[in-house]
Design a protein around this ligand. Structure first.
Ligand code: FUB
Length: 343
């Protein structure tokens, strides 16, 4: 064993024994990856142990995996709230790793109020890179004149920000889509796939919407269409593996959401339902997929609600982001994922 390996293993055991994220200032020891940021060592799921986190959105850039999450925050009265008030998410956080073991905490990288037209609610998001710019597609609650859930887009020269509103208004506002099953809050949970010169935006609660993006990444290109998927609820995630396109989403399960997916030979479809990728997440009504390949391994990120912090147990609005490996059959189907816990 190399000396650096034994230092790493020793530290892993110490931190694992502590049962949570034990932050260290990078630069303090052998696991340091940056000068001033806190780091911690993965001790099994959930990944982050000192905060509630939800709606994972992984992105790989330049040999590093960046993980963007919503920060679920406890507030007094949360446990009796309903109608969306179960959630109190006022910022998006970013973590990164180059080995899936040691994680760097980049803190808060964007807030809904960074969009002047938005009033709050940092719901699900995804960051993608194109030509050296990082585009942060988010769900927010719009204020006047864009009242309702909306999709915003912010841009940065760095994966960790600062991100600034790219267009000064929503990319998708409530008036742009049929209100369908979920009324004013169906325009949530954006996911973006870049494939060569083309890019697509997909989003929606109750209805799965899809539109092409213009090469500038900040305007829709053409009509908004809908994709018919069995049991579709929300949280779509687009990815491509080999020649196959995958649309993975939160679906109706028994009493809670599960994750299902469909495949297609092109982004124009047809989309073939392929059933459940994983079942409900422990103790959580919602679940949200984020899929990425990193260093030759595919990963499924999702959230459950098993963590307890400061006496506050996991709940619908106090979730925890997890990761498990993802494998494919030779035919290109995703093999159902067994969710693991390190608690
Ligand atoms: O986190 C708030 C909402 O819960 C997200 O936008 C949905 O995907 C669900 O996870």
């Amino acid at each position: 064993m190399k000396k650096s390996d034994s230092i790493f293993l020793g530290l892993t055991l110490v931190l694992s024994a502590c049962g949570g994220n034990v932050s260290k200032k990078a630069g303090d020891d052998a696991v340091a990856t940056a000068d001033t940021l806190d780091t911690f060592v993965f001790a099994g799921n959930p990944i982050v142990r000192d905060k509630f986190t939800a709606d994972p959105a992984p992105m790989v850039h330049d040999g590093r995996l960046y993980l963007y999450v919503g920060h679920d925050e406890y507030y007094a009265g949360q446990d009796t709230a309903s109608g969306g008030k179960e959630f109190n998410i006022t910022e998006w956080l970013c973590y990164s790793t180059d080995d899936m073991k040691t994680w760097t905490d980049h803190g808060s990288v964007l807030r809904p109020t960074d969009f002047k037209w938005a009033v709050g609610e940092a719901w699900a998001s995804q960051v993608v890179e194109k030509n050296g710019k990082f585009y942060y597609y988010t769900t927010v609650q719009g204020g006047e004149p864009y009242v309702g859930k909306a999709v915003g887009v912010a841009v940065s020269d760095s994966p960790t920000g600062p991100f600034v509103d790219a267009i000064g208004r929503p990319l998708v506002s409530d008036d742009m889509t049929d209100n369908g099953k979920r009324g004013w809050w169906n325009d949530i949970d954006p996911t973006v796939l870049i494939d060569g010169d083309d890019a697509w935006l997909c989003w929606g609660n109750g209805t799965c919407f899809m539109a092409k993006l213009k090469p500038n990444m900040i305007e829709l290109d053409g009509e908004i269409r809908t994709i018919d998927l069995p049991g579709y609820v929300e949280g779509p995630w687009l990815h491509k593996a080999g020649d196959t396109y995958y649309l993975t989403y939160a679906s109706f399960g028994k009493g809670a959401e599960t994750i299902s997916y469909a495949t297609a030979p092109s982004m124009d479809g047809p989309w073939t339902p392929q059933g459940e990728l994983t079942g409900r997440a422990e103790n959580s009504f919602t679940i949200h997929p984020g899929i990425v390949e990193f260093n030759g391994t595919w990963y499924l990120f999702y959230h459950n609600a098993v963590l307890e912090i400061d006496g506050h147990k996991g709940a619908i609005g106090r979730r925890s982001v997890c990761v498990d490996t993802l494998r494919y059959t030779p035919e290109g189907l995703m093999i159902p994922v067994q969710q693991t816990s390190g608690l």
